[in-house]
Design a protein around this ligand. Structure first.
Ligand code: KIV
Length: 267
């Protein structure tokens, strides 16, 4: 195992001003590619529901599905830290239930930490999971599992009092033992203030340049997700086009009988 990244390394990276690069993965093949490319954290996100399972939201993703995808991703990860999302209703019912779910992601999925969407009702849960020996990433700001309470996927931090609420929440997460805070779709200046107020690192998505790191959904980053994409996504490749062009050529050649040729045949 080459220079495996541990939870304790991320605080050092923040202190040294080295940005943290996190990306999602859902299978061993992509995990191995992004790991070898130098990503610091591979996240098995419950965005699994949107980008792999074809669902409208993340609410139907189950713990067993997250365990399965975490297990297969873990086989591709070598250097990066492996974090897995706790899906909807796998931690909300009670801290005991949360420890059980988080423990299964480590025991069966081989995750090295878990991420949960946190508001003030879940600080004790963060504390209890961490005290059970399971490192926690606290997800704040836009929390997709609360989409129906929030009235849609809206940028957070612009209402009076939002800045203070987010600062207090992030501080409570740090005090409860979270080793990292993920900030989703929060106004840049609020995410900056949160980042500056914490000793632990922040990783942002749609939350500006001042977070200690960034995270993107891999399908969005490689251009596999159908347009339109959210404003915060940068598309680094056009993989959907590559797959479509290849499939069109393949169909054409099969129909014409030019594939397979002698080159692809035995004997
Ligand atoms: O599920 C997910 O992919 C996430 C994003 C914030 C990256 O939580």
């Amino acid at each position: 195992m080459m220079n495996k990244l541990r939870t304790t390394d991320f605080r050092k990276m923040k202190e040294q001003g080295e940005k943290i690069a996190m990306i999602t993965a859902y299978d061993a093949t992509i995990a191995a590619i992004v790991d070898a490319a130098g990503v610091d954290v591979v996240l098995v996100g419950d965005s699994l529901g949107n980008v792999v399972q074809g669902l409208e939201d993340t609410l139907s993703v189950t713990l067993d599905e997250m365990i399965y995808h975490t297990k297969i991703v873990s086989r591709g990860v070598d250097r990066a830290h492996l974090c897995s999302d706790m899906p909807f209703l796998s931690y909300q019912k009670s801290p005991e239930d949360a420890i059980e779910s988080a423990g299964r992601l480590l025991k069966e999925g081989r995750a090295e930490s878990v991420k949960l969407e946190v508001n003030d009702a879940y600080i004790d849960t963060v504390y209890r999971i961490q005290k059970a020996g399971i490192p926690v990433v606290a997800h704040i700001g836009l929390c997709p599992q609360s989409v129906h309470v929030m009235g849609g996927y809206k940028v957070q931090g612009s209402l009076p009092g939002d800045r203070e609420t987010l600062l207090d929440l992030a501080k409570s997460c740090e005090q409860a033992g979270a080793f990292m805070v993920l900030i989703e779709s929060v106004l840049s200046e609020v995410a900056r203030d949160v980042t500056e107020s914490l000793g632990i690192p922040t990783v942002g998505i749609g939350s500006g340049v001042d977070c200690d790191g960034q995270v993107l959904v891999v399908n969005d980053m490689i251009g596999l997700t159908p347009e339109p994409l959210p404003k915060f996504v940068k598309k680094y490749a056009k993989v959907a086009e590559t797959i479509s062009d290849s499939a069109k050529k393949y169909v054409e050649e099969v129909k014409k009988g030019t594939f397979p040729s002698q080159e692809q045949s035995y004997g």
